[in-house]
Design a binder for this molecule. Sequence first.
Ligand code: NAI
Ligand code: CS2
Length: 499
Amino acid sequence: MSATTPTDRLSLATLASTAERPGVSGPAVDPRALSTGIVHFGVGAFHRAHQAVFTEDAAAAAGDTRWGILGVTGRSAKVAEQLAPQDGLYSVLTKARDTTALRVMGSMRQVAFPGADSEEVLRTLAAENVHLASLTITEKGYPRTPEGALDVTHPAVAADIAALRAEWSGRQFAGAARTPLGLLVRGLARRQATSGAPFAVVCCDNLMSNGSVTRGLVASLAEAAGAERLLEWLDSDVTFPSTMVDRIVPATTEGNRTEAGRMLGLRDEGLVVAEPFGQWVIEDNFKVPRPEWERAGAVVTADVGVFEVAKLRMLNATHSLLAYLGSLRGYRTIADAVRSDELAEEARRLQRQDIIPTLVAPPGINLADYGESILDRFANPNLGHTTIQVAMDGSQKLPVRVLGTVADRLATGEVPRSAALLVAAWMVFVRRGRDVNGRPLALDDPMSGRLQETAAGPEAGLVARLLALREIFPEEVAEHVGFRGAVTDAARRLLTEIP
Ligand code: NAI
Ligand code: CS2
């Protein structure tokens, strides 16, 4: 392991130099032998440490060279700029409690930035040897109304509908898409108009029934653009399997890159970091060839729903509780927060008293043990997952992670007090914007302006004002007297504690 910071970049030309380095492995496939078979939207850290890993292992196990990936960035060209000089190569730094391993990945064959490469993405989506598109564009990448319909008033969505309409009527190529879904639909329209070959769209974001949500928005976009024949083809030839995805992948730090550089002897600008654990449950709903993900440990099943709801409620709600309570208490990482006995007890109470009573255990899962395994993963001191990263996008995450639990408990006449504490902690996080030591806590949320405006004003009305936001809180939850009371009590305690 060299002491100096390497200057040479990871690339096909320098790859051989990594062969014998301790703790370094991969790629599991020969990047040069791969053809592109998958287009992935939102080529952030998670995709590179999860689906791409499962896909590469599946391809290696089957000796299948059809599953190279064209990654599509979201709003910035950053990842394209990081990976292009590296021939798409990047590495995954796996951080266990006391060991670190590095694996070079070879499946990302190209990265496109829609601002410049929309035509390339559309051409690839229409190509017959490309069978799948997948998405990790975050919870906020699915613009919907409170009722769950496509939000056609969203400026980017309106622009994409106009673009699709223009292309659909054969008038002209409409330039860069404003949303990944808009670009996807235009690509599907191009595919339908050329080969018409079947296709599958695999959503890998933390949303309940993520396949049906994506299908609904794609169909609504096509409908809004007057693309009836596309709608029929979507019905007959395109499937949208739902998935449950799980691997903790924090944002990469410069410290991570330096550590990886020492291990690799090369600089990797595309590095991603992850815990050892990884799980992928995929709905068995494909009309096209796909990687044999089962050979890489994924579960392909008819009923993914029980896995999705258990994971989103047990893991992600507990994550959010620790993120808001932990950051308010001055804990920088989730591991720091869960190592506090008091916060660990709050997390257990949320799981055992509020969440587990609402769940059907997925096959082979003991929910209490599952809960403990989650807290154990959170406590990994080597991961450095920050409370502020998990605290992002609360307006998008709370409905998915905790409000379903709340509604289910209220329907049985129980007031879920720990879930109320989670909601209150989020409200105080929004209102205070700083921790117990006075350190600022940034509010990174697509609704940040609206939230801060609503949270301002007399503290006594804070809970009522935020509960009135129908984009987040459905009426039956917000108007429930018992739940309002529990949130108000918890918020009052926290507002006193965090001056
Ligand atoms: P990231 O920040 O590294 O990447 C996010 C990607 O989404 C980027 O490509 C970005 O351009 C794109 N994006 C962000 N906002 C968007 C918007 N409004 N519209 C369109 N594209 C947008 O985040 P990361 O870690 O890759 O996570 C992405 C998603 O993956 C999460 O939101 C979640 O749904 C899912 N996920 C993440 C896990 C993790 O531990 N990081 C684990 C399980 C699921
Ligand atoms: C986290 C998730 O940032 C967050 O909101 O709760 O990204 C979490 O790490 C994953 O869902 C774990 O699979």
